[in-house]
Design a protein around this ligand. Sequence first.
Ligand code: NAD
Length: 351
Amino acid sequence: MTGTFTYDALPMRVVFGSGSIEQLAAETDRLGLRRVLVLSTPEQRALADRAAGLLGKAAVGVFDSARMHVPVETVQAAESMASELQVDGCVAVGGGSTIGLAKALALGSDLAIVTVPTTYAGSEMTPIWGITKGEKKTTGRDRKVLPNSVIYDPDLTMTLPVPVSGTSGINAIAHAIEALYAPDGSPVIAAMAEQGIRDLADALPAISAASNDPRARALALQGAWLCGACLGATTMGLHHKLCHVLGGSLDLPHAETHAVMLPYVTAFNLPSAPASADALARALRTDDAITALRALTVDLGAPQTLLDLGVGENDLVRIADEVVSNPYSNPRTFTREELLELLHNAWKGRR
Ligand code: NAD
């Protein structure tokens, strides 16, 4: 990429490597934290306890009720615990749901955040927060919610089930693909996006073959970091908008929705973004990026249609109407009818 651009680097510290969770106390010490609340989902309580053990006296509590989409009630419960325990920081161990809770806490306070991501969703690299009240998820960008330090330990991803690894990895690839044609891209972002996609496209099939392959797990987490950084630094387009509306309106699973929609939206957009098409083809080591992307989602056993996710045909009009109601950046302009056709194709699996 050449031309005019602005690049605003986000100030985050990354500690990467097998066994790096052992450096958790050093990271909280660096930030001067003395009273830390450890956050997790109920399923990852054992990992949260391990993190608390590593922090010793500095860990004053564990809140293990993080949930998908950050419900406001969960935020309030965590806030009361944080205030009762007078914490000065939190450590989020888990995926986007747990990291999302840490961000919601930081939004209304001055709490420092250390994250230990265990999926490939990439939230730890972004200033994007989201809180759900009733059926409505409100999202925003605020530098306050950026984690201060991120510990990427691939050992912790060994337990991520293969299907979740696949869809979570495709979710990460989606960040990088949309960053390639984002209006606020730059050569730094383009390089990170291409490398992140390549890392994940190489690693995910290897994980599918052997879920405890340490090299593949490290490569996938490195790719997830790069793709997450792309998400944090750029404005996403039609794909993220569609997934946000589909997920929010129909309560669809986040990563699976990305996996279904990505080949369709990419095929729709790339003819209008030739440089991005070339970068994606290089990253996937192919001449035909769309076929390779589809093949990757099939090989990983990801759901292939909106019908597979339980979406009704009648829902598609509502989704299209909501998506066209707010303008946002995308390399290709389109009509409501074109969008509806795209949704119908993704619904039935028509290529
Ligand atoms: P998740 O955090 O909801 O985790 C899914 C499940 O997997 C949970 O039960 C979790 O405990 C479990 N899990 C996580 N890591 C595991 C591991 N290593 N081994 C075994 N089980 C593990 O899933 P996610 O896809 O990481 O996050 C999705 C959420 O993140 C969505 O709400 C999405 O909107 C949000 N998100 C936000 C951003 C952002 O920038 N704000 C970016 C991406 C995703």
